[in-house]
Design a protein around this ligand. Structure first.
Ligand SMILES: *[C@@H]1O[C@H](CO)[C@@H](O)[C@H](O)[C@H]1NC(C)=O
Ligand SMILES: *[C@@H]1O[C@H](CO)[C@@H](O)[C@H](O)[C@H]1NC(C)=O
Ligand SMILES: *[C@@H]1O[C@H](CO)[C@@H](O)[C@H](O)[C@H]1NC(C)=O
Ligand SMILES: *[C@@H]1O[C@H](CO)[C@@H](O)[C@H](O)[C@H]1NC(C)=O
Ligand SMILES: *[C@@H]1O[C@H](CO)[C@@H](O)[C@H](O)[C@H]1NC(C)=O
Ligand SMILES: *[C@@H]1O[C@H](CO)[C@@H](O)[C@H](O)[C@H]1NC(C)=O
Ligand SMILES: *[C@@H]1O[C@H](CO)[C@@H](O)[C@H](O)[C@H]1NC(C)=O
Length: 818
């Protein structure tokens, strides 16, 4: 009897092994999958088995694409309870439950079904769905359990993202901790039902990105998401379910949406030709997509600088923070609401609707009823259509409005409640006439500015004359104090005395030296209150005279921007001149991008933020600051990094400021850094904002490639970095240009776009180069870019060769004439 049982057992065991090794897609009660065995879906697309992710040694049961290498996992069963060895087995129990057990028969994971089955079978479907069904059940779609109900970080076509309102089942994506660890990471992406339902990407509990409510056609917060040649998508909301779903147009295309460990949701398609995943699109496109970046009642406008504006009739809560680009406190009403007296509304169009977690909706009301409903409830702050198709449905907000942004297309409308006086004032002004008004204001300010500057100039010339007269005469032996006082008179910023700085920097000890800037050494210091500072000592031998010093001090004090380094004060002591800046713990950009070890610290997302940050800083200098400033010495060494790797442009020592419409000037003093100088500036001393654009282009290409333009060499040719970039670009080989340390983290779409923008910036003729404003637009958009012509690189190379005797990057002065 026993022997017979053993024989039967061995037979059935061998039989089950045989069946599994011949690529079946189903397992039944008597079969199991051991580590090393797999099953494959009928069409051969997906495979189920045990695997180890990344560098991990742990074993997990998962589903991946069979034909794709490296292995791309779409679902993991025991993500929180890994096996530490290869003893794992997957079984189907009599009741129709899937279990993963380890070598000591401990259940590490089990599927959870609400009812039991007579003849349970687990099957891996061609969609990537692992389902449990009852063989006796006539309805093959009646699953006892399915893996699509328990998503990990990947959303596949036909998978529902959302909730079952009856059972309460919530299907949401949750990121892996890291590429090596599939356990639940910090980020989740799913539908939130408080108020009008919306799709939220959270980092823990706080919201990171709001795809926004569904407006009948699309998500309010992903205007770029539309039906296309690869997939269509749909949103279903009824009393049973609410979910979002993608469907493929051609079922042989492979599409996956992934929530990465760093909190980005990206859509990829597989390209057979190149054998790789191609980024199809992303939901989070720019900084304005960061949740509530402008605080309450603020609107984010990505094309403007600064990005944040208060809504009409609102002002920054803390003006000084707001001006320093800290918008988190948001805005407050200029005129309080008065519900008794009656309020009105101001219409906003082309925007992303505010956060609807504090909202109420009724799909049967129309807009007019909606308005009067809002007006009748004193705590209602705004209203809008909930469905834009027929302009129907009513959505009411209660409490503060937050996370609003501007869109160039596919934006929506809403009406914000305002005090009666404010709403009348605003509603009589059109968007277009408002623009005109703005233009008029800008023009008047410019005119006033020009007049003012001319006056200052005249006064300055007069004063200089007087001084010269004085010098010739009895003032010849003018004391140092006198000079000191004169320096202070002009400056509207804190003056430090030398003793404070000597204390702070330990008498300028060499241990405190941070480096050698363009004009002299820079030291780290700690003030008595504990504040860290960087002290720049203008070397006595440097060519920078008092004129440049004042120039730098004055131009920097004027400027306040998140991407510009902040000047805290200065010190003039006899001939010593020192500048005191905020201390940047991460030093300068060149220390990272050109260093093969540290370059790993800056992955692509960080680099892209840095590129955008530098561009914004530069735009601010060129366009938005009260004075137009041309930096003239933009380079990696002059981009400092704060704690969060936010780039800050520094060193305005040779910046020239000028007002009004003047955009080009000629100088007899050419100062700048080889490798970054535009041809017209290097050879003719002609500079304009477009010379900075050139330097920016060089810097951008350096950030992408991790190589310096100056001193670049390549075994195959004699071109410099710009020439190399161009050659690869026209040969379609731009991938080769990308720094190897970012290849794994990079968003190909963004990188290729950046290279294209970089090449446009380094065009030979200034007119062919884009303005910083267009650079920012081009980096942030998804539209087609102009094709660059051959950039300027040969002459630059020749110039560089003549001067490349030393390895360091001196800021040089080519010509000096007086
Ligand atoms: C199985 O899991 C249990 C609990 O995690 C553990 O104590 C045991 O050592 C594991 N057995 C093997 C063979 O890994
Ligand atoms: C299994 O389902 C029951 C009810 O259906 C639920 O209470 C329980 O939390 C579920 N367990 C797991 C591990 O999902
Ligand atoms: C996840 O959150 C933890 C704790 O807040 C934090 O230490 C960790 O750095 C976060 N990871 C990521 C990728 O943000
Ligand atoms: C997208 O395609 C789906 C399926 O064909 C359709 O139901 C839906 O209405 C389309 N959406 C838009 C915005 O065209
Ligand atoms: C679907 O895509 C495959 C391969 O990409 C192609 O061969 C096939 O013709 C496409 N089918 C349709 C209906 O477009
Ligand atoms: C106003 O709306 C809020 C939220 O829906 C509700 O709690 C409150 O009762 C309403 N007040 C009045 C006066 O209708
Ligand atoms: C608003 O602008 C439109 C055209 O842009 C014009 O026809 C209309 O009269 C303007 N209304 C007001 C109140 O200025």
């Amino acid at each position: 009897m026993d022997a017979l049982a053993t024989v039967v057992f061995i037979f059935s065991y061998v039989f089950s092994l045989l069946r599994i090794s011949t690529a079946v897609d189903t397992i039944t009660v008597n079969q199991h999958i051991r580590d090393g065995e797999t099953i494959t879906s009928a069409g051969g697309t997906f495979e189920l088995g045990f695997f180890s992710p990344g560098d991990s040694k742990n074993r997990y049961l998962g589903i991946w694409y069979k034909k794709v290498a490296p292995r791309t996992v779409v679902w993991v069963a025991n993500r929180e309870t890994p096996l530490t060895d290869s003893s794992g087995v997957l079984k189907v129990t009599q009741q129709g439950i899937l279990v993963v057990i380890n070598g000591t028969n401990r259940i590490l994971w089990n599927s959870n079904s609400s009812r039991s089955a007579q003849d349970p079978k687990a099957q891996l479907l061609e969609s990537g769905n692992l389902v449990m069904r009852d063989g006796n059940d006539g309805d093959p779609e009646n699953f006892l359990w399915q893996s699509f109900d328990y998503p990990c970080d990947t959303l596949l076509p036909e998978m529902k993202l959302g909730r079952n309102r009856v059972t309460g089942l919530d299907r949401y994506l949750s990121s892996w901790k890291s590429a090596d660890d599939p356990s639940k990471g910090n980020f989740t992406y799913g539908i939130d039902l408080s108020g009008f339902p919306q799709l939220l990407l959270r980092n823990g509990l706080p919201v990171e990105f709001r795809a926004g409510p569904w407006n009948g056609v699309r998500y309010s917060g992903i205007p770029q998401l539309t039906n296309n040649s690869v997939y269509t998508f749909n949103f279903v909301s009824n009393e049973k379910e609410i979910y979002f779903i993608y469907s493929l147009v051609n079922s042989s295309v492979m599409l996956r949406v992934v929530l990465s460990p760093d909190g980005y949701s990206r859509r990829f398609t597989w390209t057979d030709k190149t054998n790789e995943w191609t980024l199809f699109s992303t939901s989070q496109t720019d900084e304005c997509d960061n949740y509530a970046i402008c605080g309450i009642y603020g609107i984010c406008k990505i094309d403007e600088s600064p990005k944040c504006e208060c809504m009409e009739g609102f002002r920054p809560k803390f003006k000084s923070n707001w001006d320093m680009a800290d918008w988190s406190d948001g805005c407050v009403r200029s005129t309080p609401l008065d519900c008794q007296k009656g309020d009105g509304f101001v219409k906003y169009s082309g925007v992303k609707l505010p956060d609807t977690r504090n909202s109420w909706f009724d799909e049967k009301l129309n807009l007019k009823q909606c308005a009067s409903l809002c007006l009748s409830n004193c705590s209602c702050t705004a209203y809008a259509n909930s469905d834009i198709r027929g302009g129907s449905g009513c959505l009411l907000w209660f409490g503060d409005l937050i996370d609003i942004r501007d869109y160039t297309q596919n934006g929506q409308e809403f009406y914000a409640r305002m005090a009666a006086s404010e709403s009348e004032a605003s509603s009589s002004i059109n968007r277009s006439s408002k623009k005109k008004k703005k233009q008029v204001i800008v023009i008047s300010i410019s005119i006033i500015g020009i007049v003012f500057l001319s006056l200052v100039l005249i006064l300055y010339v007069l004063k200089k004359r007087k001084k010269q007269l004085k010098k010739k005469g009895y003032m010849d032996h003018k004391s140092k104090e006198g000079e000191n006082n004169e320096g202070q008179e002009h400056l509207d910023l804190p003056l430090f005395d030398l003793d404070t700085l000597l204390n702070a920097t330990n008498n300028f000890s060499s241990d405190n030296k941070l480096g050698e800037g363009g004009f002299g050494p820079v030291y780290k210091g700690i003030l008595q209150e504990g504040q860290e500072i960087a002290v720049k000592m203008m070397s006595k031998t440097s060519r920078q005279g008092l004129k440049e010093f004042k120039n730098e001090v004055e131009s920097i004090t004027e400027l306040q921007h998140r991407n510009l380094v902040k000047l805290l004060g200065c010190c003039i002591h006899g001939r010593e001149r020192l500048l005191i800046y905020e201390y940047m713990p991460n030093k300068s950009l060149d220390l990272y991008i050109f260093d093969h070890l540290r370059s790993k610290v800056l992955d692509w997302p960080k680099r892209f933020l840095i590129i955008n940050g530098i561009a914004r800083g530069l735009l601010y200098l060129h366009q938005d600051s009260r004075l137009r400033i041309i930096h003239r010495d933009l380079k990696a060494e002059n981009v400092l990094l704060d704690n969060e790797m936010t780039p800050k442009i520094s060193d305005f020592g040779i910046a020239r400021s000028f007002g009004g419409n003047e955009t080009e000037a000629n100088t007899t003093r050419v100062a700048g850094t080889l490798g970054y100088m535009s041809p017209e500036y290097a050879s003719e001393g002609l500079y304009s904002t477009k010379s900075d654009v050139f330097s920016f282009g060089v810097l951008l290409l350096e950030i992408v490639s991790g190589k310096r333009n100056r001193g670049f060499s390549h075994p195959d040719h004699d071109l410099n970095l710009l020439g190399h970039a161009w050659t690869l670009y026209i040969e379609g080989g731009s991938l080769e240009f990308i720094d190897t340390s970012i290849v794994n983290t990079c968003n190909l779409f963004e990188v290729l776009r950046s290279i294209n923008v970089g090449l446009l910036c380094v065009q030979r003729f200034p007119d062919d180069r884009p303005s910083m404003h267009s650079v920012i637009l081009m980096l942030g958009s998804e539209g087609a870019l102009p094709r660059p012509k051959e950039p300027c690189f040969f002459t630059d190379r020749n110039m560089m060769d003549a001067n490349s005797s030393s390895g360091i990057q001196p800021t040089i002065t080519l010509l000096e004439a007086r």
